[in-house]
Design a protein around this ligand. Structure first.
Ligand SMILES: O=C(O)CCC(=O)C(=O)O
Ligand SMILES: [Fe+2]
Length: 323
């Protein structure tokens, strides 16, 4: 392809049709997901059967929250040494690069729920997001089952490897990003380049382009598709699969149209805080030694929180060198 040209067809994040995943199309879909995870660490999922009305409600309630005056949102601002709550560059308790630019975000943990960080306004914010996560967990576990099978492992391997030793649950969290129209700010930075520290992310975006994926040192824009989930591998899945499916750097940009706002809703699925994450034993043998050291997800997140989004994959500190 020409060096200056627009992305070619093969330069597009794969789009996978999920219709019939529990029936006749399972093998085909499993193959497509495995190929996308290996080559891109990213794919878009269509025909996933997710409740469309709930998708609309969760977008609406999130946008309504960002439209509130700062005095209201500041009630749940991010406090020092934490990353959950609402933040904006000028109000961040800690001056991290995470809140660079004018982009606002709301981040909270839904399993186990940090109830005190649910905004009381709009009143249906908390209940809508809780309902959304119930369905996200089901969809995420269906996708994780296919990924497990593609590694020739029993379907429940990855899900079981992330359940908390006491909670019996995974970790579920969101990060909602609101990018005001560029004309409303003189500092239109978005979400800086990062890999997601979690296992897998389901991003629901509006129809506005702005997510860019780093592929072979080039930024590739993800094409907006109405109500598709943009799914990506995070650091924990890279560790569990011993590097077979690697996390990928990506960044979020505001719309190129100066009048247009942009909203994205990330739902993160990961291991429970107290769960030790390490390469799956079933994938290791003499010629495949573990490439990552083990630690609990809580320890991993503590390092991530201290570092902020610095444009590098945080997982690098976990690599084990072999002769
Ligand atoms: O807003 C986007 O397009 C990307 C957001 C993202 O990567 C995140 O919230 O982790
Ligand atoms: Fe991300």
């Amino acid at each position: 392809m020409g060096s200056e040209g627009k992305p070619q067809l093969q330069e597009r994040v794969p789009i996978i049709d999920f219709e019939g995943f529990n029936g006749p199309n399972r093998e085909k879909i499993r193959g497509e997901i495995a190929a996308a995870c290996e080559m891109w660490g990213f794919f878009q999922l269509c025909n996933h059967g997710f409740d469309q009305d709930l998708m609309k409600r969760v977008k609406d309630v999130s946008k309504e929250f960002f439209y509130l005056p700062a005095e209201e949102k500041v009630k749940i601002r991010v406090m020092p040494d934490t990353i959950q709550g609402w933040s904006h560059s000028s109000l961040a308790a800690t001056a991290t690069k995470l809140s660079a630019g004018s982009t606002e975000y709301y981040h909270n943990i839904f399993k186990p729920l940090k109830e005190h960080l649910l905004p009381l306004n709009p009143p249906t914010f908390g209940s809508t997001w809780i309902e959304y996560f119930e369905q996200i967990q089901v969809l995420a576990e269906s996708v994780l089952a296919l990924i497990s099978e593609s590694l020739n492992l029993p379907s429940d391997t990855l899900v079981k490897s992330m359940r908390g030793p006491t909670s019996g649950s995974p970790y579920l969290a969101n990060r909602v990003n609101y990018y005001p129209p560029r004309k409303a700010t003189d500092d239109p930075l978005g979400v800086p380049s990062h890999s997601d520290p979690v296992a897998i992310t389901f991003l629901l975006a509006d129809d506005v382009a702005g997510l860019e994926v780093n592929k072979d040192d080039k930024w590739v824009e993800v094409e907006p598709i109405q109500n598709a989930f943009i799914i990506n591998i995070g650091d924990q899945l890279e560790i569990l699969t011993n590097g077979k499916f690697a996390s990928v750097d990506h960044r979020g940009m505001p719309s190129k149209d100066p009048d247009q706002e942009r909203l994205t809703l990330a739902a993160f699925y990961s291991a429970d805080d107290d769960r030790v994450v390490a390469p799956l034993q079933e994938l290791l043998d003499e010629s495949h030694p573990p490439l990552y050291s083990a630690c609990t997800f809580k320890e991993y997140m503590a390092k991530f929180t201290a570092r902020g989004l610095d444009g590098k994959k945080g997982i690098e500190s976990m690599h084990i060198e072999h002769e």
